[in-house]
Design a protein around this ligand. Sequence first.
Ligand code: TYD
Ligand code: MG
Length: 456
Amino acid sequence: MAKSKSIYTCTECGGQAVKWQGQCPHCTAWNTLVETVAETPAAASRFSAVAGSGKLQRLNEVEAREESRLPTGIAEFDRVLGGGLMHGAVVLIGGDPGIGKSTLLLQALCTMGGGHKALYVSGEESAQQIALRARRLALDASALQLLAEINLEKIQALLQSEKPVVAVIDSIQTVYSEALQSAPGSVAQVRECAAQLTRLAKASGITMIFVGHVTKEGALAGPRVLEHIVDTVLYFEGDTHSSFRLIRACKNRFGAVNELGVFAMTEKGLKGVSNPSALFLSQHAEQVAGSCVMVTQEGTRPLLVEIQALVDEAHAANPRRLGVGLEQNRLALLLAVLHRHAGIACFDQDVFINAVGGMKIVEPAADLAVLMAIVSSLTNRPLPTKLVVFGEVGLAGEVRPVQRGQERLREAAKLGFTHALIPDANKPRQPIPGLQVIAVRRIADAVARMRDGLSA
Ligand code: TYD
Ligand code: MG
C-alpha cells in the first residue's frame, strides 16, 4: 500500500507546512502545528461519496424513516442512549481507567440478543483476557467476534468484509493509521482514526462504539474534535472505591442529554440499579453537623444526594476551599454571598465540601444545600435528618427556583423525608402528603429559619 503523505496543519489558522515547526509560519502561533494526512484527490472523493450527492432537496421531502433502535439488553445503558443504539451511530464512551468501560461493553455486546453480529476490537487486552472475563461473567458470547488489532487499515478492511451490526473499538487511543508517522495516541492519530472510522460507520450503517481515555482533569483525551464528529458522548463516572458507577450522556444526537444510567459493580460484572434515588445518602445513626441532603435532577430522574461540609479554622494565610464532586469556583462565590447577604464570614476558615458516593453535581440547585451544610458545620448545629434542601442562590442573595421542583419534592416525600427547605417560587400549589414545605426568598431568610430550628 502506498504511504500517503503527511503534512502539518496549524490548529489555529489552518495554515499548512511540510515540516514541523515550533511556530506556525502563517499566523505565528506557537506549538499549534499537528500532523495530518495530506488530502489526496482520492480521499476527497471518498468523503463526498459519504456526504451524499450535492443535490438540493426540500427538508420535508428528505426521506427520513424513524429508524428502529437496537436495544443493548441493559436497561440502564439504553436509558442513557435514549432507548438503544441507532444504526450507523457513533458513540464515544470516556472514563477513568478501571471504571468498567470494557466490562460494560462486553456485557452489552453479549446481551444484545437477536443474534446480531457484533465485533469487539481490542487494542488493550488480548483475546484470552477478554474470553476469560466473558467466561467469568457467564456471558453467552456465541454471536460475538473478537479482534485484537490496532492497525486502522486492517480494522477497516475487516469491518468492511465482516459487516457486523455493532463494533466496539477499545480504545480509540490505541488505534494507529499507517498514513501518519506520529505515535498511537497522539492528537493526529486519534483524530484521523476516529474520522476514518466514523466515515465508515456512516457509509456502511455499522454502529460503532469508541472507548476513549480521559486526561487527569477528567476530559476525554485527544482532540476536542473527537466530541464533534461522534453522535453521542457518554461519560463513566463514580468513585473507584465505591461500587456505584454512573453513565452520563453529555451529547446525544438521538436523545436527551443528562440522562443518567446507574450501575453497581459486582463480582458478576455491572448490574443496573433501577431505583437509585437513595444511593447517595450516607446513613448516619444520629444527626451530624455539616450534612445536608439535596435533591438533584438527572434527566428525568430525581436523586437524593448528601452534601457534606467541613468548616475548620484556617492556619495558613490563604484559607483553603475544596470541592469534591462540586465546583470549587462556585463554592468561593457562595461563600461571598453568604458573607455579604447573610452576615456569615468564613474568611478565616478552611471550607471543604463533598457530594457523597462519588456523585458529580453541576446544577446550581445544589447552592442552597451547600450553604446550609456550611452554616451547619460552622455553627456545629446539625440539620434535621429528615430535611431536604434545594435551590439556586444568586449573587444578590436571592434564592431562585429550580426546574422540576414538584418532582424533586415528591421523590423526597416518597423516601420518607418530612421537611423541605426550598425556593419560594417552587412552593407546590397542592400540599404534598407528609412533607412540610419551608419556602424562602432570600439566603438570609434560610439562615434565619435554620437558627429557629426550621419549623414551618
Ligand atoms: P474494566 O472494564 O477493565 O475497566 P476499563 O475498561 O474502564 O479500564 O474494569 C475493570 C474493573 O472492574 C477492575 O478494577 C475490576 C472490576 N470488576 C469487578 O469488580 N467485577 C467484575 O465482574 C469485573 C469484570 C470487573
Ligand atoms: Mg478497558
